[in-house]
Design a protein around this ligand. Structure first.
Ligand SMILES: Cc1cc2nc3c(=O)[nH]c(=O)nc-3n(C[C@H](O)[C@H](O)[C@H](O)COP(=O)(O)OP(=O)(O)OC[C@H]3O[C@@H](n4cnc5c(N)ncnc54)[C@H](O)[C@@H]3O)c2cc1C
Length: 386
């Protein structure tokens, strides 16, 4: 077992780190304050660096790299702000992977190059008002219609809602209840019958757009069917890639908070001494660093073992739960280290703390992830409906 990154991976990490500090560092607070989507120029530079679609196949314009490469980049970007990591996240661990894995050759040829060039962002519409954790209760329906599909229903909390150029929409086909009736359809923005609810106002992640997706007799062509009814398991396998990305967003936030706390501890003096010399502060720093490292090991393990395939449910859920909890705890501890400055909007820690709260809810709650972990450890499936 080798715990070292390769020379190539270290260089990638360093390049993205410098880019994030230089290009996103000065803007992160402004994006948050004004709830503004990052400037296109920032993402264009990342496209030029080859970060968009770096894990998608080279044949479609991607970088052909394994999951860890994108994870390393997302971590470095999220250290500054999850907003600047959003494009690398969506184009490598987002629903585009469903097209890559389960789509038709025509779909791959049509959509993957656009995603790699930063010309198309694809969001996922799974959650409904009555189907969050209980996702298999979803009611958005897709019915055959003159050679295409007619979609009716409403999705909530869609990150990228109104902003993204296309949506991977989980639908119910026919009257089959539960997971067996669920598949996925790609719906492009601008398709008649698709509209968007008001933009979400979240506690954190301000500047990351999100809204309801409203489908009213929205007719999409037959060739937009990506996963047929019965493919829910495949969708969830693919979604574990996104969960690794979610865990990495949390890891990045925790890493950023530790870095800010460390710098402050080495700079701030009280009673004529740097606070870094106080054991109370040292214990906080030690605790933060240990948690961040443990989260990193879990996230990297899930990504490395996934290679170019799907990560394991157990490793992904453990990484997500632990990294999500770490980001909450470490941003809170960073606030302690900074004292009143931690609570001030002039410093990044309060923003990091707010941003850390979104990731445990998105992509499946901590409780649901723990049920999955318990299920694999105990070797039993726990049907939540019985
Ligand atoms: C920032 C953010 C971004 C998001 N982005 C997207 C997106 O892009 N696309 C999308 O489709 N969705 C998105 N979501 C929605 C997200 O996936 C859901 O909010 C999440 O799955 C939880 O569903 P819910 O909100 O309906 O909570 P509920 O399912 O109502 O859960 C409420 C509480 O009950 C607990 N609970 C529920 N059932 C059980 C059980 N059986 N056992 C134990 N505890 C249980 C939950 O853990 C939670 O604590 C996003 C959410 C957030 C906050």
């Amino acid at each position: 077992m080798d715990f070292q990154l390769s020379e190539e991976q270290r260089m990638l990490q360093e390049t993205v780190r410098e880019f994030a500090d230089r290009e996103c560092g000065p803007l992160a607070a402004i994006w948050d304050r004004e709830a503004r989507v990052p400037d296109a120029r920032v993402f264009e530079q990342m496209v030029e660096m080859g970060l968009f679609g770096m894990c998608l196949p080279e044949a479609y314009g991607g970088g052909g790299q394994e999951l860890l490469a994108a994870i390393l980049c997302i971590e470095q970007l999220a250290r500054i702000s999850p907003l600047c990591a959003a494009g690398v996240f969506e184009s490598n661990v987002g629903p585009v992977r469903v097209i890559e894995r389960f789509g038709t050759e025509e779909q791959r040829k049509k959509y993957l190059p656009l995603v790699c060039r930063g010309k198309m962002q694809i969001s996922v519409g799974m959650t409904e008002a009555e189907a969050g954790s209980a996702l298999t209760d979803l009611r958005t329906r897709a019915e055959p219609d003159e050679g295409g599909w007619r979609i009716n229903g409403r999705k909530v909390f869609c990150t990228g809602g109104g902003h993204s150029e296309a949506y991977m929409v989980y639908c119910r086909f026919g009257d089959t209840r539960g997971a067996k009736g669920i598949g996925a359809m790609l719906v492009e923005k601008g398709t008649p019958g698709l509209s968007f609810g008001k933009q979400e106002q979240y506690m954190g992640l301000r500047g990351m757009p999100g809204s309801d997706l409203v489908f009213e007799d929205c007719v999409v062509p037959a060739e937009n069917l990506v996963v047929e009814a019965g493919g829910f398991r495949s969708l969830m396998e693919c979604f574990d890639i996104e969960r690794c990305g979610n865990a990495t967003m949390a890891l990045g936030i925790a890493t950023g908070a530790l870095e800010v706390a460390r710098a402050h501890a080495l700079e701030r003096e009280t009673f004529g001494k740097k606070i870094a010399e106080r054991q109370a502060i040292q214990l906080l720093i030690a605790d933060m660093a240990t948690r961040v490292d443990a989260a990193r090991l879990l996230v990297y393990r899930a990504a490395v073992n996934a290679g170019a395939g799907f990560p394991s449910v157990q490793e992904t859920s453990m990484a997500k739960v632990f990294a999500n909890e770490t980001a909450k705890a470490v941003t809170d501890m960073a606030m302690e280290v900074l004292g009143g400055y931690g609570y001030s909007c002039e410093y990044p820690v309060e923003r990091m703390l707010r941003d850390s709260r979104g990731w445990p809810l998105a992509g499946g709650t901590m409780q649901m992830q723990k049920i999955l972990i318990a299920s694999t450890v105990l070797g039993r499936r726990f049907d939540q409906r019985k």
